[in-house]
Design a binder for this molecule. Structure first.
Ligand code: FES
Length: 220
């Protein structure tokens, strides 16, 4: 273990320089290994909320996702209280939360469409528009900013050939700014879909992009 050259021994900043993969560092408890139907009801809402595969027209909810939805409902005293995880699940399935999705969620939870819209538009974590296969969220808050987050942001935009919030022509990448991602000890932190990359520098960015492209080509 001590022979492995990595920048941060506490975390799999998976930038391509480490010999450890995500499973080795996080273990089997990593949320990505949970069953699609959510497993135990307590974990049903916390399966990765941003997956590469997005199905904007998929029904809400069917099959394993219906199981998840039903489990989510068991965790709350009423349907209104289940709104945030239900929106999260809808985003996981469809990739973003369109006005039609908001209306469908309102129907499912017996809430008014206006209420659901008010909640959804309050939170930046719900994508109101379609995003690329990989949603790249660069933290530009204070700790990361002091350590060069603006340069990291600039590098992601350059290597994906996009403007902030725009999706690359090949549909692979959308790069946005994020507020503190709660990894302030390891700036700059970047969240790509459900995975964290820490201690990211502009020099790491091409490797990260290439790795993601390779994953995408492999059907990950
Ligand atoms: S300031 Fe970037 S993770 Fe907190």
């Amino acid at each position: 273990m001590s022979e492995v050259p990595f920048k941060n021994p506490g975390w799999a900043g998976n930038t391509g320089e480490f010999d450890l993969d995500e499973d080795q560092v996080r273990g089997d408890d990593f949320v990505g290994t949970r069953p699609r139907e959510g497993g135990h009801p307590s974990g049903a809402a916390t399966y990765p909320y941003m997956l590469p595969e997005k199905h904007p027209d998929a029904p809400l909810f069917e099959g394993e996702h219906k199981e998840r939805f039903d489990k989510i409902l068991t965790r709350y005293p009423n349907k209104q209280a289940a709104l945030l995880p239900t929106l999260g699940l809808a985003q996981e399935v469809r990739g973003h939360v369109s006005p039609e999705t908001m209306d469908r969620v309102a129907e499912l939870l017996e809430l008014s469409p206006a209420y659901v819209r008010g909640v959804t538009t309050f939170y930046t974590m719900y994508n109101k528009r379609p995003v690329g296969r990989y949603l790249v969220q660069v933290c530009t808050n204070i700790s990361c900013n002091l350590c060069g987050a603006d340069d990291v942001m600039e590098a992601f935009l350059r290597y994906t050939d996009t403007e902030i919030g725009e999706t690359s022509e090949d549909g692979e990448f959308t790069v946005v700014e994020a507020e503190c991602l709660a990894a302030c000890g390891f700036p700059t932190c970047v969240q790509i879909n459900s995975r964290y990359y820490e201690n990211v520098t502009p020099a790491d960015v091409p490797k990260i992009i290439e790795r993601l492209k390779a994953e995408g080509a492999g059907g990950d």
